[in-house]
Ligand binder design. Structure first.
Ligand code: GLN
Length: 550
């Protein structure tokens, strides 16, 4: 069986538990250990698929089509290995399973209770990925903060597991905050003490403390925390605010988080961490040679987490191009045909984000029109691709009321319409076209040049699709379906002829971009932005110059 590490959080949310868990996993992986991470969320939704991004940030989609917490995106980006449905479990899913077993009569007349039935099911799920010989270490991040009522069954399950498996097989890493009081010029340990005390009231004592702090934790303070929180002094780890999340694994290595965990789990230290590729990436990220400005057009732009994977994919692609990608968030609700030019003309490229529903949709279409007409590099993802088709139908093909049936069910020109197999679906949760599908690219297309292959496989999350009745008309006018699913004929990629870079993809490339494998489409997009910038800088008449590079 694998060894298990649990990462809990105290004092406040948003301390970066996901990043600490992913960093620890990265270090163990770099030492040669087969490692995976999973997230247990204490909310009652079965998965975050039906949650508004304002509630929970982006919904991350795995290869096998699970709609999951955005932390799974961090796990994949750090570890460069795919996660699956099994890596994200919610209270809702646990209860759903236990209640359906109760209906089957599986409990033989017993009263079904939180302890032991819910906690047993939590323990079963927590240890599931560690049952066969796939992983040496399974790291489990517990969502929420210690002290939340809804976290209690999870903490109780961890307590039981620690008792059953022993401390050498089961480790608790607790992330806390050590605030710096500016007026007193002092770091304060009391919130950490309280948070650990609260855990011990539940019978659980953390083995390692990772302390988020703005100021260095001097040794005396570490000793104090260790003494009052009942851990060894070398198990108090300083986690200072980092310039980038990708710097955290190296910070954690410097502090010895990996070695203390291995020591407590009675595991050999393994090889010296192999992090050459990681360091090379970090170097390029920290010392860029140039800068591009990319407009991200969406309706949740106030909330950074809503487009997490896109922002990270742009960071990865920037590093490959040795350029800093500055993202300008543009709220599509406030864009009009008049303001588009003014807001977009200083950009080197625009990315129109995925999304659902009508709010802010016309602003997206205006921005797309501007990008098309002014030869600005454009990448449209999912809804962004669909609206590029709507814009083209309206302004090039002349179908004034062209739309997606998602926004206008009775349009005369439904260039985007609901997929046939979606029409009979009534339930909203987990019923979109989800997960990985093959796509064949036209070998002569710009996108195939980005990928370096015509055979690709990408992840999806949508209900609507390009309406193939319009295929010929689009093609004749120069907007080409250069990527198709060969089994179903669904259009996956549209690419505009005679434009420096104008690509819409029905799938979500951002989910597959990792530090060690930056996504080729994002890499190509950032490169196109750099080229567009060059043309603009060197030419007196940028529009004419861009025209020339088409
Ligand atoms: N709302 C669109 C659909 O369901 C696009 C979804 C998305 O952007 N992920 O097809």
């Amino acid at each position: 069986m694998s060894k298990f590490i649990f990462v809990t959080g105290g004092v406040t949310s948003s301390l970066g538990k996901g990043i600490v868990a992913a960093s620890l996993a990265k270090l163990l992986q770099a030492r040669g250990y087969r490692t995976t991470i999973q997230k247990f969320d204490p909310y009652i939704n079965i998965d975050p698929g039906t949650l508004n991004p304002y509630e929970h940030g982006e919904c991350y989609v795995t290869e096998d089509g699970a709609e999951t917490d955005l932390d799974l995106g961090h796990y994949e980006r750090f570890l460069n290995t795919p996660t699956s449905q099994a890596n994200n479990v919610t209270t809702g899913r646990i209860y759903q399973y236990v209640i359906s077993r109760e209906r089957e009569g599986a409990f033989l007349g017993k009263t079904v209770q939180v302890v032991p039935h819910i906690t047993d099911e939590i323990k079963r799920r927590m240890t599931l990925l560690g049952q066969d010989d796939t992983y040496d270490v399974v790291i489990t991040e517990l969502g929420g903060t210690v002290g939340d009522i809804e976290s209690l069954p999870f903490l109780e399950a961890v307590r039981q597991l620690k008792w059953e498996l022993g401390d050498e097989n089961c480790l608790v890493v607790h992330l806390t905050l050590v605030p710096y009081l500016r007026a007193a010029k002092e770091l304060k340990t009391k919130p950490t003490q309280h948070s650990v005390k609260m855990m011990s009231e539940n019978g659980l004592n953390p083995d390692v403390l990772v302390c988020r702090t703005e100021e260095p934790l001097y040794n005396e303070l570490k000793r104090k925390i260790a003494l009052f929180c009942n851990v060894t002094t070398n198990a108090v780890i300083e986690a200072r605010d980092a310039d980038t999340i990708y710097g955290v694994p190296l910070e954690m290595m410097r502090e010895g988080l990996d070695t203390i965990c291995l020591q407590k789990l009675q595991m050999p230290m393994g090889q010296e961490p192999q992090l050459d590729k990681w360091k090379e990436f970090l170097n390029k990220l920290r010392y860029p040679k140039s800068k591009v400005t990319i407009g991200l057009i969406g309706k949740y732009v106030e909330l950074q987490d809503a487009y997490k994977s896109i922002l990270e994919a742009l960071i990865h692609a920037g590093a490959v191009n040795e350029c800093k990608v500055e993202v300008v968030n543009i709220h599509s609700e406030y864009l009009t045909p008049e303001t588009s030019a003014e807001k977009l003309q200083h950009l080197d490229a625009v990315l129109v984000a995925p999304g659902f529903g009508s709010r802010g949709i016309e602003g997206k279409i205006d921005a797309i029109r501007y990008a098309r007409e002014s030869n600005l590099p454009f990448l449209g993802i999912c809804l962004g691709m669909q609206m590029a088709c709507v814009e083209f139908a309206r302004n090039v093909l002349g179908y004034e009321d062209a739309f997606s049936t998602e926004m206008h069910a009775d349009t005369q020109h439904p260039v985007i319409s609901m997929m046939e197999d979606q029409k009979k679906i009534k339930n909203m949760g987990g019923t979109m076209r989800l997960g990985s599908y093959d796509c064949e690219l036209n070998p002569d297309s710009r996108i195939a040049a980005c990928y370096g292959t015509p055979h690709i496989r990408e992840r999806h999350r949508h209900r609507y699709e390009f309406n193939n009745d319009y295929l010929d008309r689009f093609e004749d006018a120069g907007f080409l379906p250069v990527g198709r699913n060969s089994k179903t004929g669904l259009v996956e990629v549209m690419e505009l002829k005679d434009h420096p870079f104008y690509i819409g993809v029905q799938y979500h490339p951002e989910y597959k971009s990792t530090v060690e494998n930056p996504h080729p489409l994002f890499v190509g997009f950032v490169k196109a932005a750099l080229e567009a910038q060059d043309v603009r800088k060197t030419s007196k008449d940028p529009a004419a110059a861009l025209e020339a590079v088409k």
